[in-house]
Design a binder for this molecule. Structure first.
Ligand code: CP
Length: 305
């Protein structure tokens, strides 16, 4: 059923209802128990990355190899024929002849949606501008459910660049399927966009928007930190003003619950002090591990015959 529903691929977190999320989290959990298999032997994944990536590209590629499949692709638009003026549409029409599924990252918000119109093989959105990053949000939920427990009832803070941060857009959309309280914590100029707030209001999710995280640190089960997205700012002076707006330090942990967990999709720049890394409450590197089982689960669901 998942394969039929997601036959065009994973473009947005809005494709997922609660049942889909619970299903893929279960599959992600199962994938943790089998490190290597031959499930996708003979299949080819194409990874087309027009923007930099460490975790997303390498974890998709690792996941594919661990499932017995093969990978082709490029890690920059500069090394593809896009550099010569080829369109995304023509690139996708070509790569579909070479592969069974395409993972694509692009700086344009609608790129993955557009790409899906030009192919019959699944497209996985690996980050589209400031828009969305749905598979990151799925691995974030796998991290929370594996490390803390069920999502319902949790108090979740989402902090940093909520305007340009694509992971927080996808994460809040997925969370709208659960009975959670969300605290959006940001500078005024980097608040969640109106369209994301409208979506959450339509889904009647409990949320508050605040600026000072210290006021609510003691009630949070999860704090999801994000980087100020320098590459999205039109005015670099504005970035310089905001880049140090939040720095989570070791003494902030003193105010948190015993089972509090600090997440971050990474890369981290200045927003979490390195001394926090040693705390059991800081699980952002464990979070990178959960990228593998979640992406194995996604690839297996979309690519198995
Ligand atoms: N979380 C994430 O998308 O990391 P990369 O940019 O390294 O892929």
């Amino acid at each position: 059923m998942f394969k039929e529903k997601f036959s065009e691929g994973i473009i947005t977190a809005k494709q997922f209802d609660r049942e889909d999320i619970e299903y893929i989290l279960k599959k992600g959990n199962e994938m943790m128990k089998i490190k290597n298999s031959n499930l996708l032997h003979g299949k080819i994944l194409a990874t087309l990355f027009f923007e930099p990536s460490t975790r997303t590209r390498l974890s998709f590629e690792s996941a594919m190899y661990r499932l017995g499949g093969n990978v082709i692709g490029f890690h920059s638009g500069d090394v593809s024929s896009i550099k010569k003026g080829e369109t995304i549409a023509d690139t996708i029409r070509t790569v579909e002849n070479y592969s069974d599924c395409i993972v694509m990252r692009h700086s344009l918000e609608g790129a993955a949606r557009m790409a899906s119109k030009f192919t019959k093989i699944p497209i996985i959105n690996a980050g589209s501008g400031s828009g969305e990053h749905p598979t990151q949000a799925l691995l974030d939920l796998l991290t929370i459910t594996e490390e803390i427990g069920p999502l319902d009832g949790l108090n979740i803070g989402i902090m940093g660049d909520l305007k340009y941060g694509r992971t927080v857009h996808s994460l809040s959309i997925l969370l709208s399927n659960f009975d959670v309280n969300i605290y959006f914590i940001s500078p005024e100029s980097l608040r969640m966009r109106n369209r994301d707030i409208d979506f959450l209001q339509q889904h009647k999710i409990q949320y508050k928007e605040i600026t000072n995280y210290r006021k609510i640190l003691n009630i949070l089960d999860v704090l999801y930190m994000t980087r100020i997205q320098k590459e999205r700012f039109v005015d670099i002076e504005e970035y310089e003003k905001l880049k140090n707006f939040y720095i989570f330090r070791e003494d902030d942990l003193d105010d948190t619950k015993d089972n509090f967990k600090l997440l971050h999709p990474l890369p981290r720049v200045l927003e979490i002090s390195p001394e926090v890394d040693a705390s059991k409450k800081a699980i952002y590197f464990k979070q990178t591990f959960y990228g593998i089982p979640m992406r194995k689960a996604i690839l297996a669901e979309l690519m198995t015959d």
